[in-house]
Design a protein around this ligand. Structure first.
Ligand SMILES: Cc1cc2nc3c(=O)[nH]c(=O)nc-3n(C[C@H](O)[C@H](O)[C@H](O)COP(=O)(O)O)c2cc1C
Length: 165
């Protein structure tokens, strides 16, 4: 049995070698207020049913809103949307100010110009360490054009060779 545990620094350094896309995940609270956070801890889970997951820090201000809501929207960001990623990664009550937000049929906030948007019904919430795994059943999706925004070694990058269509 393994008894040793990795240091936080080494864990972070090792995971920095993992390139990922960048998402902004949004939801609405029971009063209709909008909430969201930037997330790279996103993955597809299952094709049938169509499931995805995203991991949310227990300390996030928006945690309560995601606990209460019955759904969320995952926006897969395009290259050029670094500002949006930065905006939703900063603690602020005004994350949505000045953005052209529309509403999904279930009343969830939709951000413009994403590479893809996945509208999800919260299927399950699984506590895991200092994060909560949100599993969503994808009810609907739409797609846009562009190259993906890539996160690697704690910085944003462009995927060279991406066709953008
Ligand atoms: C590129 C990037 C990826 C991130 N990925 C995650 C993630 O997967 N899960 C998470 O909980 N926070 C992630 N964060 C941090 C949150 O976006 C940030 O802490 C946010 O402010 C949390 O929401 P809050 O403002 O409601 O507290 C990421 C930040 C950046 C810049």
């Amino acid at each position: 049995m393994l008894t040793q545990s990795i240091s936080p620094d080494l864990f972070r350094t090792a995971l920095g070698r993992w390139a990922s896309g960048v998402t902004v995940v949004t939801t609405a609270d029971p009063a209709g207020g909008h909430h969201g956070f930037t997330a790279s801890a996103f993955s597809s889970v299952s094709l049938d049913p169509a499931l995805v997951l995203v991991c949310l820090d227990n300390k996030a201000t928006c945690r309560e809103a995601f606990d209460q809501s019955s759904g969320f929207v995952v926006h897969l960001l395009a290259h050029g949307q670094q500002d949006l990623a930065g905006r939703f990664a900063r603690k602020s009550p005004d994350k949505f100010t000045g953005l052209r937000v529309s509403l999904s049929p279930t009343g969830l906030p939709l951000l413009p110009r994403a590479l893809a948007r996945l509208e999800c019904r919260t299927d399950r919430r699984i506590p895991a360490g200092d994060h909560l795994i949100l599993i969503g059943e994808v009810l609907d999706a739409d797609t846009g054009e562009g190259a993906p925004l890539v996160y690697y070694q704690r910085d944003f990058h462009q995927l060279v060779g991406a066709t953008g269509s």
